[in-house]
Design a protein around this ligand. Sequence first.
Ligand code: TMP
Length: 213
Amino acid sequence: MTEVLGKFITFEGGEGTGKSTQTALLAEYLSDLGHEVVLTREPGGSDGAELIRALLVSGDVERWNPITEVLLLYAARSEHWQKVIEPALVHGKWVICDRFADSTMAYQGYGHGVDRVFISKLYNSVIGSRQPDWTFIFDLDPKIGVERALKRHTSENRFESMNMDFHQRIREGYIKIANQNPHRCHVVDAGQSVYAIHKEIAQIIVGKDLPNK
Ligand code: TMP
C-alpha cells in the first residue's frame, strides 16, 4: 500500500458562507509554517474536472436530474483525486480542498433526496477508504448565505437559484454529517468575523492559539 504522508483538509458548507476566503487564509498560514500546500476546489481542480464543473454550475436549474448530477460530480472527483489530490498527499503535501465529497452527500443526498447509500458506495469505489483528516463545516442561515452568493452576479449560479427549502435541507444535512463523523468534522459558526474563524480553524489544526486581533 502507498504510504500517504500529507494531510487532507476539506471545507464545506452552504452557499455564501465564506469558505473560499478561509481556504486562502489557511493555505497562507500553513505555507508560512513550512508545509507544502496545494489549494484546490470541487467540482473542478484538474483540467478534466473543470470541464465537468462548467456543465454542473451553470445553465438551467432543471438541466440535470439528481442522479446524473451525482455521476457528473463523481466523474469530476475521480479525475481530481487521481491527478491532483492523491499524488500531492503521497508526496507529503498538505491539500486544502474547497468542497469535497460531503458536498455531494449534503446537496444531492440530503438536498435532492438521492439514495445516500448509493452515494457512499460511489465514494468507496472512487476514493477508497481515505477520508479527510479535518473537515470544517461552515454553518450559516441560508437566507443570508444565498443572498450573499447571488450578489456576486456570476454565471455560476445554478445551485444558488434552487429554492430555499433545498438550501435548508443542505444545512440540516451538513449537521447530520458532522454528527456522524465527529472525529473529522468541526462545525464553524460562519457568522463570526473572518479572523475569528481563521483563528478557530488554525487552532484545531496546529493545536495552539493564534494571537487575538
Ligand atoms: P462553489 O460555489 O463552492 O464553487 O461550488 C459550486 C456549486 O456546486 C455549489 O453550488 C455547490 C455545488 N456542489 C454540489 O451540489 N455537489 C458537490 O458535490 C459539489 C462539490 C458542489
